[in-house]
Design a protein around this ligand. Sequence first.
Ligand SMILES: [Fe+2]
Length: 182
Amino acid sequence: MTVMMNAVELLQKYIDPNTELYPIVYTHSRSVADKVLSIAVSHPEWSLDPAFLEEAALLHDIGVFLTKADEIRCFGIYPYICHGYLGREILDKEGYPKHGLVCERHTGTGLTLSEILNRDLPLPHRDLSPVSLEEQLICFADKFFSKTRLNQESTPSEVRSKLEKYGNEGLKRFDVWCERFL
Ligand SMILES: [Fe+2]
């Protein structure tokens, strides 16, 4: 049986709408969802499920409130980079494991196990790269919207220059996605 999800209600269960954080996460996630849906609409041959894409895009950052990132009003204890797998833990617990994978696989252009080990990142030692087309698409669209400059979409070259500092692997993945998604 397919369980209908109310993604906004679920987001608000974890991030109080009366906080300063909520409109930051919601506005950012709405922008990501809109970009994802517009790309999906122009590729009907992929037969992606728009309901899943929208829900997963709205929830991909649900774990941020557990991290410490003062500039976006997050006052938790974990390093910011942990918000993906923390979000997955929340969505697993809520019974949405497929949405949870989108959370844990959206950091940067995805992190391979060797990148996690080489950079000594405080993350679980497993591959955190997006696998399904839906996971790749949400990870890609996320790169165009910062949480500190809301409602402003970056250009692909602005995204590239931000990714540059994390090395060539991520840049190559982004370039492949530009070919596929734009
Ligand atoms: Fe995001």
